[in-house]
Write a protein that binds this ligand. Structure first.
Ligand SMILES: [Zn+2]
Length: 322
């Protein structure tokens, strides 16, 4: 199969044409910038499931409102312009630039010492904008590390007052594990879900991805969520050859803490922010890699056939199972 797409040069970010090309059983996106030369990036490794069988998606009708007029086309008009086909799924608000960790792979480049906390007035005006743009939508409070913001409980309560039905906190879990009563404070403010960074079950994995031992911390967060009856979603960042051998153990960890654990949200590592080095194709993890590893590492308890493509948008960007 050959298909061309509008793509970007990874160096100068100018729009160039890309072509999906099979190299053996693996599908690559090949493109050539007149100035920066050719690149070839793996998109889909292997044929189980095959790229074609995974199906085409319903690209949707776009967001409820647009903030920018289309003039120069993507990526120049973003803001959001009317070329967007995906409706709004979740609104992510970065309430602080600070963090209590300094992960080598941080896509937000957050640090402990510098950076601003968002003010209550700014947050309130953002909530008003979201409501005016078709909201309220599911809301994720992020950063930085949102639990270092002294007003996080007040922000959660304010979002609930504005009618946001689902408010989740995207966190490394450090403060929840270490401070007695903090999770209960978030719960009482109205938080609906802890969206927990959880890359594996071994300290070795955390040392490689986060620069410190965290396995016991993550377990402590899960115990506290169980005790306080707060839902939690595990969010592993996957790097091929680093933590993909722990996919099955992550599923087992989730199962151990059900029903507090509501799901697992696997994400590939983003190579921007602090880790702005393009990965080799060997380090890039693709959807079939994840699906096959899960089946192998759970001895078939979670199997390939249990998963379906994400129906909305491009099916080759996500998968799900319930
Ligand atoms: Zn270029």
């Amino acid at each position: 199969m050959t298909r061309t797409v509008r793509s970007l040069c990874p160096v100068c970010l100018k729009p160039i044409e890309g072509e999906y090309v099979l190299h053996g059983d693996d599908l690559y996106l090949d493109k050539t910038c007149p100035e920066h030369g050719a690149t070839s990036t793996i998109v889909w490794r292997g044929t189980s499931p095959s790229y074609e069988d995974w199906g085409e998606g319903d690209m949707g009708n776009g967001p409820a409102s647009f903030q920018t007029k289309r003039s120069s086309r993507c990526p120049y008009d973003c803001g959001i312009c009317n070329e967007h086909t995906a409706p709004t799924c979740t609104i992510l608000v970065e309430i602080t630039e600070r963090c209590n960790m300094g992960c080598p792979i941080c896509f937000a480049s957050a640090t402990a010492q510098t950076g601003e906390h968002m003010s209550m007035a700014t947050f309130a005006s953002m909530l008003e904008n979201i409501v005016a743009a078709g909201g309220p939508y599911p809301l994720q409070l992020s950063g930085g590390e949102p639990t270092v913001h002294p007003l996080l409980p007040e922000f959660i309560a304010l979002a609930k007052d504005y009618g946001f039905k689902h408010v989740q906190v995207n966190t490394n879990g450090l403060r929840i594990a270490q401070q007695d009563g903090y999770l209960e404070t978030l719960r009482d403010a109205g938080v609906d879900l802890i969206y927990l960074q959880c890359d594996g079950v071994s300290d070795e994995t955390y040392r490689r991805i986060r620069g410190r031992d965290l396995a016991a911390i993550k377990r402590r967060v899960l115990e506290r969520c169980q005790e306080a009856h707060v839902g939690v979603q595990l969010v592993p960042v996957l790097i091929r050859g680093v933590n993909d051998h722990e996919l099955g153990d992550i599923v087992k960890l989730a199962k151990e803490f059900m029903p507090a654990v509501k799901g697992i949200h696997f994400q590939p590592c983003s190579y921007f922010g602090r880790y702005e080095i393009a990965p080799s194709n060997d380090n890039r993890i693709t959807i079939p890699d994840v699906l096959r590893a899960m089946e192998e590492q759970t001895d078939g308890e979670v199997a390939l056939r249990h998963f379906i493509p994400r129906k909305k948008h491009d099916t080759h960007c996500g998968f799900s199972a319930y």
